[in-house]
Design a protein around this ligand. Structure first.
Ligand code: C2G
Length: 153
């Protein structure tokens, strides 16, 4: 019997942690459905993404481990989705450990270890730090680079 797996997430600044999660999820069954949080729902979660919903959904959908993408619009939809898509396993990263145990009445629930050392928040903070570099320093760095370029010509 084909097994259907369901997960949800924001997947902003798509990175290796997201990819490895999809790979491991796809190994749990035959069909992987991913609920991608809409921008409105993320606002409810107190999250602001850099990449808008339609692009995040397109990126996730193009991943070879993913069979179907649905929008995640509210906290209540999971039980509905489990029944609508005949889901066998709900799985998510262990940063949500225990938070979705209520789904055990409807399907198997699995929490997977996160990939260490990478997160969308961390990537966004690195970008913010870059943006904080004083303009003068950036201009000086540019001068050095241009000088190097001339030296090598
Ligand atoms: N993840 C991971 N390793 C990382 C970062 C993230 O395995 N280094 C996993 C998370 O554990 C989660 C998924 O990638 O299962 C998506 O993470 P987020 O985009 O941060 O999703 P989140 O905002 O936590 O949304 O209803 C549930 C929510 O939609 C989850």
């Amino acid at each position: 019997m084909a097994k259907t797996i369901l997960t949800y997430g924001t997947f902003d600044m798509f990175h290796i942690g997201h990819l490895r999660l999809f790979k491991r999820l796809s190994e749990l069954g035959d069909k992987l459905i991913v609920g991608v949080s809409t921008d409105e729902f993320n606002a409810l979660k107190g999250k602001k993404t850099l990449i808008p919903f339609d692009q995040r959904a397109e990126i996730v959908e193009s991943c070879r481990y993913v069979d179907m993408v649905i929008p995640e619009t509210d906290w209540e939809q999971k039980v509905r989705d489990v029944h609508e898509y005949n889901v066998d396993v709900f799985a998510i990263g262990n940063d949500w450990q225990g938070k979705f145990d209520f789904l055990k009445d409807h399907c198997e629930v699995v929490y997977l270890d996160r990939t260490d050392g990478i997160s969308s928040t961390q990537l966004k903070n690195s970008l913010k730090n870059l943006l904080r570099v004083p303009k003068e320093e950036i201009l000086r760095a540019l001068e050095v680079l241009e000088q190097l370029k001339r030296d090598f010509e």
